[in-house]
Design a protein around this ligand. Sequence first.
Ligand SMILES: Nc1ncnc2c1ncn2[C@@H]1O[C@H](COP(=O)(O)OP(=O)(O)O)[C@@H](O)[C@H]1O
Ligand SMILES: [Mg+2]
Length: 276
Amino acid sequence: MGTPRKVLQVSGLNVKVTTNQGQLQLLHDLHFDLAEGQILGLVGESGSGKSVTCNTLLQLMNQQTTVEGSIQLSGRELNGLEPKEMRRIRGKEIGFIMQNPMNAFTPVYSIGNQFIETIRTHSRLSKKEAYELAAVSLEKVNLPKPHEILKQYSFQLSGGMLQRVMIAMCMCLKPAVVIADEPTTALDMVNQLQVLRQLEQLRSECGTTILLISHDLSVIAEMADEVMVMQHGKIVEQASVFQLFDHPTNAYTKKLLNARLQLPDPSSKRKLIQMG
Ligand SMILES: Nc1ncnc2c1ncn2[C@@H]1O[C@H](COP(=O)(O)OP(=O)(O)O)[C@@H](O)[C@H]1O
Ligand SMILES: [Mg+2]
């Protein structure tokens, strides 16, 4: 078996933003690769730069930001690409599940309208075919009554439902790379599992490469092949999931892992309740 093909290659990535207080560096010299079919986990405390990393890869940072370095998708440089070109890539070649689902939809069009538009921008399906595909995709993410959801507007759905709609939209385009920024944070346990299974299925059936961001280390331990730890906009450690959880080398990684161990274990709590 040969080495898996590199799908996304990031090198020397620096992101700076101009603010009223002067220039601020948000990301410092990031280097990482994503191979075909790999799930790379990205962890780090809130504010460490995980979402900035995602938005930079997708070229969604605002105009006050400068991005230096290289982001190659299957050998094609994305940094500095025309917005029109990037719009063609976003969704179809790099799918994304954003942390804040509210921002991903406009309130003026129905969910169905936006879903069908997204499918048709990137495929040759008819309106009817796109509608059917949308309905089936919604069912796959455990949203009952998909035909009703397609008629509704974003403000009529809960955050968790919108997140699942976004996941369904992302899945049905079968992109080569998926960037999932806290895809399960807004969901309850049952739906968290469902979404993780969906991501895993996408990877095993389509060879999709996934950058998975989560502050939940058990999600990362379960899903990722390799993990990067981010602190203050820098990657402080990167290793295979086994290496990182069993033999962390960086002090900050150790702190993150310890913080997790100190959280009360829900099973021991259950036992206590049963005993009491
Ligand atoms: N457009 C921006 N302008 C200035 N600062 C920003 C901008 N976007 C994010 N930041 C700052 O960058 C840091 C990292 O944010 P973020 O990537 O959202 O963290 P997280 O790891 O929680 O996803 C935070 O301190 C945030 O305030
Ligand atoms: Mg974030």
